[in-house]
Every structure is written in C-alpha cells, then in structure tokens.
Design a protein around this ligand. Sequence first.
Ligand code: NAD
Length: 465
Amino acid sequence: MSTDRRKFLKHLGTSVLLTSASLTSLAAKEENEVRILRDQKRVSPNDKIRIATIGMGIMGFNDTNAALSVPGVEMVAACDLYKGRLERAKEVYGKDLFTTMDHRAILERKDIDAVIVATSDNWHSQISIDAMRKGKAVYSEKPMVHKISQGLEEIRVQKETKAVFQVGSQRVSSIAYRKAKEMYESGVIGKINSIEASFNRQSALGAWQYTIPTDGDIQNVDWARYQANADVKHDFDPNRFFRWRNYREYGTGVAGDLFVHLLSGIHFITGSKGPKSIYSIGDLDYWKDGRNVPDVMSAVIHYGETKEHPAFQVTLRVNFISGEGDHGTTRIVGSEGVIDLGGEGEAFTIHQNKMPQAPGIGGWDSLFTYTESEQKKLMDDYNKRWTKAQQETPQFAPITYRAPDGYNASKDHFANFMDAIRTGKPVVEDAVFGFRAAAPALACNDSYFQNKVINWDAENMKIIG
Ligand SMILES: NC(=O)c1ccc[n+]([C@@H]2O[C@H](COP(=O)([O-])OP(=O)(O)OC[C@H]3O[C@@H](n4cnc5c(N)ncnc54)[C@H](O)[C@@H]3O)[C@@H](O)[C@H]2O)c1
C-alpha cells in the first residue's frame, strides 16, 4: 500500500459510521479512494482550467475556493458590482487578478475556460447565456433562473452551444445523497408515498440581514448595471443591493433560494422529473424590514405516478423565526420505512417499520367492549388463524450513514464540473435538471402571490393553463 494511501486511510479513521451490514463500509471507502486519487492527480500545464467568478459575494468566494480545491484549476479574473469586493478578491487571490464591473469584459477574454456565475438570482440566466455564447463552460448558482419564463431559452442555448453547463445545487454531488439514492432504489423503505422537507432558522443572518459595508454607497456600487434588466427601477438603497434576497425584483424568496435545494435533492434521489401541481401559503411574520417576500412559507406539492416513481406528496417549509432553532430535514417516507437526511444532507438514518402479517386484536380495539365469552371466542379464533410469528411486528436496526469528517459536497460538485470540461463526460446537474428543480420552487412563489394552484407539465417543462 502506498504511503499516501495509508496516510489517507488513517485520516479516514472512524469518520464513516455504518451501523448496518446492508450498507457496507467498503462502498464508502471506495468513494473516498476515488476522491483521494482525484486530489493527487497531476495535471499537465495544457490541462489547466482557467476560471473567472462573476458575482464575488459570499458564494462567489466559497465557490471559487471549492473550484480551486480541484487540481489544475487557476483563478484569473473576478467581476462584481461593488468595488470593495473586487479589492477583496485581489487580497485573497493575488494582486494580478483581473477585475471588472462588466461581466462582458470577462467573457471577451480568450484565456478563460470557465465562469462561475454567483450573482444574485436576477442575473444568473442572462450571464450564463452570454457566457455559453462566448464559448465558456458555466457553473451557475441555483436557482438556475429568476423567472420560469427564462428556463427553456437557457436550455436551448446550452443545447445549441453544447457548452459544459452545470447548476450549483451541490447536494446532487453529495456522497450521502448518492448513498441515500442507492438505498432508496434498493427498495429498503418500500413504496414511497410522501416527503417532508424543511429549513428552520432563528437568527438575523439566517433571515438574510447580512452585514452592509460602510462604503456601500452609490459611488462604489454600479447600481445602474445591477438593475439594468429589472422591469421596475428603484432608487439606490444599500438594503436592496446587499440584502437583495429580501426583494422579489432581484431574489426569489425562500422558495427560489431554499425550496430549490430541497427539490434538487428530492428529484435526485427519486429520479423524478417534477411535480404536477403546486400550492403554497406564506406570511411575513417577523422580519418586517421592508422585504417583500414571506419569512414563513409552506408548500404542498403533488407528484403524479410516472415510469420513474409512484405518486407521492411533498410538503416543504421554510421558517425564519422558528423556535426549533437552526434545523433542517428531508424525510422520505415509504410504506416500510423512512430515509431521514439531516439538514445539510451529509448524513442519513433509515428506520424500517413493517406491519405484522396478522391484523392485530386487543389494545385500542373494540374487543374489550364485547362480553367476556365473546372476547374469548374471538381471541381463540384469532390465535388459530395466525401463528405467533405472524402476529409479531418485525424489528429492524436503524441504518446510519455519515460522510467523512470535513466532507464538502461543493468540492465534489466542482470536481464533477471540471471532469466534464476535461473529459467531455456529462455534468451531474445539467440545465434540464436545474430547471426542473427551479421551476416548481418558483411556482411556489407564483402560487402564493396569485393565490392559486399551479399545474406543471414536468416532461415538457411548461405551466399548464
Ligand atoms: N449553492 C449554495 O449552497 C448557495 C449558498 C448561498 C448562495 N447561493 C447562491 O449564490 C448566489 C449569490 O449569493 P450570495 O449569498 O453570494 O450573494 P451576495 O450578495 O453575497 O453576492 C452576490 C454578488 O453578486 C454581485 N452581482 C450582482 N449582479 C451582478 C452582475 N450583473 N455582474 C457582476 N456582479 C454582480 C453583487 O455585486 C454581489 O457582490 C445566489 O444566487 C444564491 O442563491 C448558493
């Protein structure tokens, strides 16, 4: 065994916890060995991928760092509409970094292979389309589009340009989600019938009141460019720029921002193309800071029977003022068990429950309301009909899986993206998948604001009616 591999296995230690023989540790080790080999891969100078990030905010930095964790990736340029973030990009990635406030200046450069689009939601589609047309590979943050009407055009441009295009819902590359999908497909929870998924938060930062810099004013922000594609223009307001998520003009509310993560994970595990009907309610309950989107929102979504899956129901909830504290969940419920993925989806537990073959008698039952002799007669008859074994409820040990300590799904998502650029193999989350997750999430907003059920044709990706 090579020293590197020994070092790696030592590092892996006990971080993969598997408490059932049905999910062997071998499979998890294999995954990790693939990852370590990839991290050790030597990349020839010709194989270098030169990237630029457009939208150098929280996720711009996080995505860039995840991209740079893939061997042979080099950061050469950054674009943002606030000067301070361009200066910060130079502090972090070096003074030679090319910076600009105009994304087109990035796209004109021939030495850039791929761009990360990590702007606010209102610019994802336009910049991605511009970049694909200029021959760049594109990693677009979620949600893929700001409006449902943008999706088919973006898919068309991807098909026409054949650009490598991946949407940034990293749980689609998560090792835990892949394991959960395998378990789901093995039939361990029986026939799926419902899914409950949520994000609960209880903090100002969790509710998107991010810090605004002291020089975040009109001199340092290109406000005209920021709202160049908006239907309604507003005067400059630092809240609208630095806390854009709170405004529908630039963001997509909790549905576009967070339901889309839940739906991406659900579609990945179930193989679904999407739901057929969507209904949603919302309230602005606590964070009344001028935002025009709800801070508590629930949706009921119906997935019809298809060749990929039986019919099932999904309930989604985001609560930004939740006494549960910061806590999220995705629970996939079948007739014989539940897959319970944690909030960030880096671990899951499977609980199996099966009914005994016998229907049961006594306890919370009408039996005790009958005469002694009638009860005896019924019990004797029941015990003759059903053996002891048939009367017993089968018991199952829970199955637990946890990704290795320090595991980061974003790094895997970027590794998949870079592999697609280098080898031409398909991306893990293409435009069709990205739009099929984004559209029903955005339809939750439409349902709430228009107070109606939205019917969706998932196959053709169109609103019905
Ligand atoms: N995958 C995930 O887990 C995850 C997590 C957080 C955010 N996101 C997504 O990442 C995106 C960015 O979120 P954030 O929290 O980093 O926001 P942010 O406000 O911190 O950063 C967004 C940046 O984009 C810049 N920008 C906006 N329009 C631009 C344009 N036309 N040209 C150049 N720059 C432009 C802004 O100046 C700002 O600095 C969002 O779409 C969000 O949904 C994804």
